[in-house]
Write a protein that binds this ligand. Structure first.
Ligand SMILES: Nc1nc2c(ncn2[C@@H]2O[C@H](COP(=O)(O)OP(=O)(O)OP(=O)(O)O)[C@@H](O)[C@H]2O)c(=O)[nH]1
Ligand SMILES: [Mg+2]
Length: 347
């Protein structure tokens, strides 16, 4: 599943259409003047960030994108039709990177509807009409039209969300997302139910934030174990991590440590983000066991731990209050992520 959030594609803008060589033919006019029109401009390659896309999976199937050429000019000074621009739709949060060693950032589409005109189509060639001078009244010169531009580039997706859900597989992350947003993420009683990130909008007491659910993290995730490392990139741009610790884990304190360790291992500023911790599936524990566990977790993490049961809607309000409050304090996400580069390797 490593291909989901980055893809290498080939793009080529359209070449310009050729200019025409043509002479006027009229009754009674023996030698008509030149009237070959110019060729049309080739289509541009344009990228557009659109809502509703959360992965780059489509680019696994279509990797080549070519904008159409401009049409040739014709007689009577008619300019050829321009080639239509080819608009490539990508998820909001997609970066365009050069296929060089440094993966130079070429564009970052962070806003819905944002458009980048990436490669210009070639100019149409001049028709012979435009070569007419006082000394050359019947020019046969014309141009073939400028070639389009082409290149290979990388698309990389880093979702834009305020809050990133992290936790072991099966921690109840997707259940949480579904209960607080109108997302319909797949939930399953087995690890790695979630294979692609999902977003949802949370509305709580007049405030709104975007929540991202990613696949579960396991020990060694930051080094590539499981599938979680690729997706940690998605929480790089969040302002807060909501860490869910499942009450049915064999050792919940150890569960917190493992995931926390991966966050620190990953780098890219992840460990400096605000972390809110919740004990999920708290309904599975007796009240007494629950408070003992909460105390243990608070001691290990040094932070408040909220007990919740998302399906039963229990404990959700205080947790959402805390998230909204913390978001109010957290600084804006950074878009510079040079340090993260090492975490993304070519496929
Ligand atoms: N009893 C109880 N079960 C829960 C709760 N939250 C989730 N579950 C169950 O736990 C299992 C895993 O839930 P998911 O939401 O798929 O967990 P996840 O963290 O998204 O899992 P991955 O996507 O595999 O990482 C499912 O069987 C859920 O029904 C809860 O609060 N209480
Ligand atoms: Mg899930």
């Amino acid at each position: 599943m490593h291909f989901l959030d980055q893809a290498k594609i080939f793009v080529r803008s359209g070449g310009g259409g050729p200019g025409a060589v043509s002479f006027r033919r009229e009754k009674f006019v023996e030698f008509g003047g030149p009237d070959g029109g110019d060729g049309g401009k080739g289509g541009d390659i344009v990228f557009e960030a659109v809502p509703g896309l959360n992965t780059l999976i489509d680019f696994r199937y279509t990797q080549h994108f070519r904008a159409p050429r401009g049409k040739g000019g014709s007689g009577s000074n008619r300019t050829g039709a321009g080639g239509a621009d080819l608009v490539i739709k990508v998820p909001v949060g997609t970066q365009l990177l050069a296929d060089d060693e440094d993966r130079t950032l070429l564009a970052d589409l962070t806003r819905e509807g944002e458009r980048v005109s990436f490669l210009k189509g070639g100019m149409g060639g001049r028709g012979n009409a435009s070569y007419k001078t006082s000394t050359n009244r019947a020019p046969r010169q014309h141009q073939t039209g400028e070639e389009g531009e082409e290149m290979w580039l990388w698309l990389r997706l880093k979702l834009l969300a305020d809050v990133g859900l992290v936790g072991l597989p099966n921690a109840g992350k997707s259940t949480f997302l579904n209960s607080v947003t109108n997302a319909a993420a797949k939930v399953g009683a087995y690890p790695f139910t979630t294979l692609r990130p999902q977003l949802g909008v949370v509305r709580h007491k007049g405030r709104e934030f975007v929540l991202a659910d990613i696949p579960g993290l396991i020990e060694g995730a930051a080094e590539g174990a499981g599938i979680g490392d690729r997706f940690l990139g998605h929480v790089e741009r969040t302002r807060l991590l909501l860490h869910l610790i499942p009450a049915d884990a064999e050792d919940p304190v150890e569960a917190w440590r493992i995931v926390r360790g991966e966050i620190e291992e990953y780098g890219a500023g992840l460990s400096e983000k605000a972390e809110v911790i919740a004990l999920s599936k708290a309904d599975l524990l007796e009240a007494k066991d629950r408070s003992v566990l909460i105390r243990k977790l608070e001691k290990a993490s040094g932070a408040a731990v909220f007990a919740i049961s998302a399906p039963l809607g229990e404990g959700m309000d205080p947790l959402l209050d805390r998230i909204v409050e913390t978001l109010g304090q957290a600084r804006e996400p950074e878009h510079e992520d040079a340090e993260a580069e090492r975490n993304w390797s070519p496929l």
